[in-house]
Write a protein that binds this ligand. Structure first.
Ligand SMILES: Cc1cc2nc3c(=O)[nH]c(=O)nc-3n(C[C@H](O)[C@H](O)[C@H](O)COP(=O)(O)OP(=O)(O)OC[C@H]3O[C@@H](n4cnc5c(N)ncnc54)[C@H](O)[C@@H]3O)c2cc1C
Length: 295
């Protein structure tokens, strides 16, 4: 049995915001794969829930006229992976969320819940960071846009106010057009495993497909929150596609991450993964962008 004090099913976003404003202790529930576990473990025992499950405006993926991809936060992982817009324009994200949990989890866990739980191991986070995703949050006094990179406030914490609902995850065309990307999740086993480390690379190549025009590198579990390696990214722009590029990326990343030891892996092992996954994700991302790393 779950110890739940009150349950409100919101009819729409305004209704959800009203219910959250009226009850400062209420918690949003979407797919419930994090929230229900916390209730059962006692961390959220006796809480009030405001359900956004089933609100149509929060579900699905669409493209705006200017090419911006807009992802509804209540879209479950399996629908993201199979969505035509995602497959065509941002396949890195569909591949990343396809590595979360097992099939049941992917049919109930939502991308909004994955972002809003604020955890560093969230499988969507590093790919969304490399896509410069922007979040739309709606609260009692209107809406605001927050870049995902500024959303994380610490382990399991975000800048979202209690009475704000994430209503859109936005990715503009200039952040996906012409890029090739790849996400690697390292876990102790293939399925039903939280990432020991996750690494995403998005790369755009020059016209001749032999230099780096733009590159984004992001990690999960390499720091208390998902992170971008901005300084390293700057150092590799314009470089030719040689092994030196992979060396610069891997060595640069090591200077920007700050993983810790946990029961899953030591800090030293995670540092080794930071380096190795950068090289592997880069090689595949370059290939997906139409190039190849030459000796
Ligand atoms: C067996 C199991 C395996 C798992 N494996 C993985 C894995 O491999 N990789 C991974 O990344 N995660 C994994 N998870 C964690 C979890 O399933 C995901 O984080 C999932 O995306 C959460 O989505 P949800 O809709 O179920 O979230 P919920 O539990 O409904 O909510 C999660 C949090 O986000 C908030 N929230 C949800 N939607 C919104 C919104 N629109 N606006 C504001 N706040 C919101 C809730 O209040 C809550 O704090 C696993 C969980 C389980 C139970």
């Amino acid at each position: 049995m779950y110890d739940i004090d009150k349950y409100v099913q919101a009819a729409d976003v305004d209704d959800a915001v009203r219910a959250l404003t009226a009850d400062p202790k209420a918690v949003i529930i979407s797919g419930g794969s994090d929230v229900l576990i916390k209730i059962r473990e006692g961390k959220l025992a006796g809480c009030s829930l405001v359900s956004i499950h089933g609100i149509r405006e929060l579900d699905g993926v669409k493209m705006e006229e200017d090419g911006t991809v807009v992802i509804g936060p209540c879209t479950v992982f399996s629908h993201i992976t199979n969505n035509e817009i995602v497959r065509k324009h941002i396949p890195i994200l569909g591949d990343a969320v396809d590595q979360a949990g097992g099939p049941q989890l992917r049919n109930i866990g939502t991308i909004g819940g994955n972002v809003c739980n604020g955890v560093t191991s969230a499988d969507s986070a590093s790919s969304l960071l490399t896509l410069n995703a922007v979040l739309k949050l709606c609260g009692p006094s209107g809406s605001r846009l927050v870049p995902l990179e500024e959303f994380y406030a610490g382990p399991g914490r975000t800048v979202r106010e209690h009475d704000e609902v994430l209503t859109e995850i936005r990715i503009t065309k200039d952040n996906y057009e012409g890029f090739g990307g790849h996400y690697i999740k390292y876990g102790k086993r293939q399925a039903m495993e939280i990432a020991t480390l996750g690494c995403a690379v998005q790369v755009k190549l020059g016209e001749e497909k032999n230099t780096v025009e733009d590159l984004r590198l992001a990690y999960g579990v390499a720091a208390p929150t998902p992170i971008r390696c901005r300084r390293t990214e700057e150092t590799v722009k314009g470089m030719p596609l040689t092994p030196k590029l992979a060396d610069m990326l891997a060595e640069g990343a090591l200077k920007e991450v700050m993983p810790r030891s946990s029961w899953r892996a030591s800090r030293e092992f995670r540092l080794q993964l930071v380096e190795e996954l950068a090289r592997r994700a880069l090689a595949q991302a370059v290939c997906n962008a139409g190039g190849e790393i030459h000796a």
